[in-house]
Write a protein that binds this ligand. Structure first.
Ligand SMILES: [Cu+2]
Length: 265
């Protein structure tokens, strides 16, 4: 676990919550904005964290809220989509970064990050892993989730681990922490899946509105994801809404629809 601790410390100390601007000498990168740390910098699109730990009674505990020091229960506010009018992001895979183009033309959000609370004070046995699984999803359209990475978006930073692989497809669980992955990864870049680093996945949708996802965070087999009944899982609900500007457009559209209906009558 020491490796995980130093890793998390390194992450916290370096860039976790700073905006990183890197200009490539080859081509102009257009990458999504880094979600800011709530409270210190920009409030609107601050990071939210699902802080995961396992207590001595083998219960998974998740504290959900803004920032990283979550003393007690923090009110959970909806996370806000960046409107679909955002710039077209570029494919950075040629320079070792992610292909951001999956997010283009969609409402997107990456405020939610999963990370360890009290790293080093708990672990799971080799062969086990901490998994996150959506157990219910509601909303006006399809909510896509792509595997993200740490706060830094730059392909030039070794901590970057965004893969943009589709995850949670068909309700599948996604592996967040696997002690064997940690042991096998002595240096950055760390894989987003299994390394227990802070991972901000990307939520994307064509249709604005209120989305709610109920997640179960549980301990299970590190390969199959089959739940280990000796651990009690935790469940948390997270919601996403359009940011105010796009919400206004939605309301206007609804209003026009009602007026038209009245005129027909
Ligand atoms: Cu974060």
């Amino acid at each position: 676990m020491n490796r995980l601790i130093s890793r998390l410390r390194a992450v916290a100390g370096v860039v976790v919550c700073a905006t990183v601007v890197v200009s490539s000498p080859v081509q102009a990168s257009v990458i999504p904005p880094n979600p800011m740390m709530a409270g210190g910098q920009v409030g609107e699109l601050g990071m939210y964290h699902g802080m995961i730990s396992i207590n001595p009674a083998n219960e998974v505990v998740v504290h959900l809220g803004p920032g990283m020091s979550l003393a007690g229960n923090t009110p959970v506010l909806p996370l806000k989509f960046i409107p679909d009018t955002h710039p077209a992001y570029t494919d950075e895979s040629g320079s070792g970064g992610p292909d951001w183009t999956a997010l283009n033309g969609k409402y997107i959000n990456a405020q939610l990050g999963w990370l360890a609370e009290g790293a080093g004070t708990w672990t799971v046995p080799s062969g086990s892993a901490v998994w996150i699984k959506p157990i219910s999803v509601s909303g006006p359209g399809t909510l896509e989730v792509y595997e993200g990475g740490q706060g830094a978006m730059s392909p030039l930073l070794p901590m970057n681990a965004h893969t943009l692989d589709p995850i949670f497809v068909g309700g599948q669980a996604w592996k967040w922490f696997d002690p064997d992955v940690v042991a096998a990864t002595p240096a950055p870049p760390f894989p987003a899946s299994g390394s227990g680093i802070m991972v901000h996945n990307w939520y994307a949708s064509d249709t604005p509105g209120l989305y709610e996802v109920q997640y179960r965070v549980y301990v299970g087999d590190s390969t199959t994801g089959t739940a280990d009944p000796t651990y009690t899982p935790a469940e948390v609900t997270v919601s996403w809404v359009p940011e105010p500007a796009s919400l206004a457009i939605v309301s206007l559209g609804t209003l026009m629809l009602i007026r038209r209906t009245k005129r027909i009558r």
